[in-house]
Design a protein around this ligand. Structure first.
Ligand code: CDP
Length: 534
């Protein structure tokens, strides 16, 4: 088979041209200038924002990159909408979600208010069709609306574990291809986790092994750590899970590319501190520049002024520092960096509050001093912006060292990770193409005993890293994040339901707000693939 080898720059360029650039813009620099010019309130801010984006140290979420200064102006990625039990309320929510998707955002819903299937509905003798039937309608509607005409909207459908329709819900994505525009997640509380219905856990785990869904969310952990408990209980999150939000709340995200903070083998904490401060100003400005798709969303968002600053390029950073992902050093680096981002972001939010005022709902919050934003930190998946920045996504370990990536619907690219390629060159290793070929066909270089052991440890990929190490990493980040962490716990191909159940308990005990899994090679329709092991 002949593959076309593509560099990260080429992929980023294709993606920008297809989805991000406005007429008249020729590339990344033009986009950065437009966005910084729109979000900055004065020349000094505009210059700082432009610099941090041009140097690829920071990028805001896709809607900001696509819409800032375009005349459309909806800049947030994350929304949660309430769902009522009447036809009028359900379809009102569907209409609102279509408006949000059209503007570029993704929507999360807890469908538990909808009465169970088979119960009384409408006129006497009428039977309710239950939450899963309505989720199918939401899914179809999403399929016909492209976000801002550029990509399909993302959704998460959530159901409480004690809802009578929980089993059909858990099984609703059993066959690959169903509910294509939805992630699904079960909302479990502590009492379920303490004395679970083993049958339900088995069904959850069985479906996860089949194709990675449902995810699981921990309601009590989310609410114990809710920064504004006075506004009510949180029972939903945005589509990839990094933002637990109240009904009608929205949040804009931004991510620091940690890989760009390594120079000459050293991590530059001084530069990171400065960049965190700039990024917080940027994201807080976005709240005021934003054109909200609905009045209720504007009101709820301006009450708490949540922003979600996170990271991407974490694994690339570790590789540059010579630290294997599955190691105590990696956990230590994660904790040190994220606690610094948390404290600096709160420090900056406090300074902005002195000038512009604290977020209006601060009276119902846990904050003991004025801050501008109810939350400052979240870890997004960075699925697209990491491609634009040319770094590993979020806090995920690399999926592969040489792999095929389906991109922009039809094209398939063969990619060799640039740090891997560079390391092969600088190690003066003979037979570079043989090593790359092994990395593609086997999905890993662990079997190449001719390579030094520390080299193989440094380049371990996601499914070679044990589930405990995935969860430990998520937990270290969660400890320093106000919102939540988007992370997929990658399971090796041979994993079983016992592994999943153990992992769910381990994650819950570690204080995670939720968990998402994927068993390697379990979906035929995967975005990234390595060879078949031959
Ligand atoms: O990289 P990018 O900024 O495009 O997004 P991400 O970090 O992968 O995802 C952040 C959030 O954007 C998700 O949790 C969703 O809320 C939203 N999203 C969406 O609405 N539609 C997509 N196709 C992808 C993400």
């Amino acid at each position: 088979m002949v593959f076309i080898l593509r560099s990260y720059d080429e992929i980023s360029g294709d993606l920008l041209r297809a989805r991000y650039l406005l007429p008249g813009e020729s590339g990344y620099c033009d986009m950065c200038r437009r966005v910084a010019g729109y979000i900055g309130a004065c020349d000094e801010e505009k210059n700082e924002f432009e610099e941090i984006m041009l140097s690829k140290k920071f990028l805001p979420n896709s809607p900001t990159l696509m819409n800032a200064g375009s005349g459309k102006g909806q800049l947030s990625a994350c929304f949660v909408l309430p769902v009522g039990d009447s036809i009028r309320e359900i379809f009102e929510t569907l209409k609102n979600s279509a408006i949000i998707h059209k503007s570029g955002g993704g929507t999360g819903f807890n469908f538990s208010s909808i009465r169970p299937s088979g119960s009384q509905a409408g006129f006497p003798g009428g039977k309710a069709s239950g939450p899963v039937s309505f989720i199918k309608i939401f899914d179809s509607a999403t399929g016909v609306i492209k976000q801002g005409g550029r990509r399909r909207g993302a959704n998460i459908g959530i159901l409480d574990v004690d809802h009578p329709d929980i089993i059909p819900f858990i099984n609703s994505k059993r066959a690959e291809g169903r509910l294509r525009n939805f992630n699904i997640s079960v909302m479990a509380d502590d009492s379920f986790m303490r004395s679970p219905d083993d049958g339900i856990l088995e069904i959850i785990a069985g479906n996860i092994i089949r194709n990675g869904e449902p995810g699981i969310l921990f309601r009590d952990t989310v609410n114990r750590k809710n920064k504004v408990p006075g506004l009510g209980v949180i029972d939903a999150v945005n589509p990839c899970g990094e933002e637990p939000l109240l009904p009608f709340e929205s949040c804009n995200l931004g991510s620091l590319n940690l890989s760009e903070f390594v120079s000459s083998g050293e991590f530059r904490y001084d530069l990171l501190k400065k960049s965190v401060r700039t990024a917080v100003c940027f994201l807080d400005n976005v709240i005021d520049k934003n054109r909200y798709p609905l009045k209720e969303i504007e009101d709820a968002t301006l009450k708490t002024r949540k922003i979600g600053l996170g990271v991407m390029g974490f694994h690339d950073m570790l590789i540059k520092l010579g630290i294997p992902y599955e190691s105590p050093g990696a956990l230590q680096a994660a904790g040190g960096i994220m606690s610094l981002i948390e404290s600096e972001s709160v420090g900056e939010s406090r300074i902005i509050a002195e000038e512009k005022g604290a977020f209006p709902a601060i009276g119902g919050s846990i904050w003991e001093f004025p801050v501008r934003n109810a939350t400052t930190t979240a870890i997004a998946p960075t699925g697209s912006i990491s491609l634009i920045a040319g770094c590993s996504s979020g806090i995920e370990p690399l999926f592969g060292l040489a792999y095929l990536r389906r991109h922009l619907a039809s094209r398939e690219y063969f990619i060799v990770h640039p740090l891997f390629s560079k390391a092969l060159d600088s190690g003066f290793l003979k037979d570079k193409s043989g090593i790359i070929s092994e990395a593609y066909s086997k999905g890993s270089i662990s079997g190449l005993e001719s390579l030094p052991e520390d080299f193989r440890a440094l380049f371990k990929v996601a499914d070679e890293i044990g589930w405990k190490a995935h969860i430990d990493m998520q937990a270290v980040f969660q400890d320093h994040v106000h919102a939540a962490v988007s992370k997929t716990v990658m399971l090796p191909e041979h994993s079983g339901t016992d592994d999943v159940i153990d992992a769910i308990y381990y994650g819950w005990r570690k204080g995670l707000k939720g968990l998402t899994f994927y068993r390697n090679k379990s979906r035929r329709d995967a975005v990234m693939t390595t060879g078949d092991g031959c």
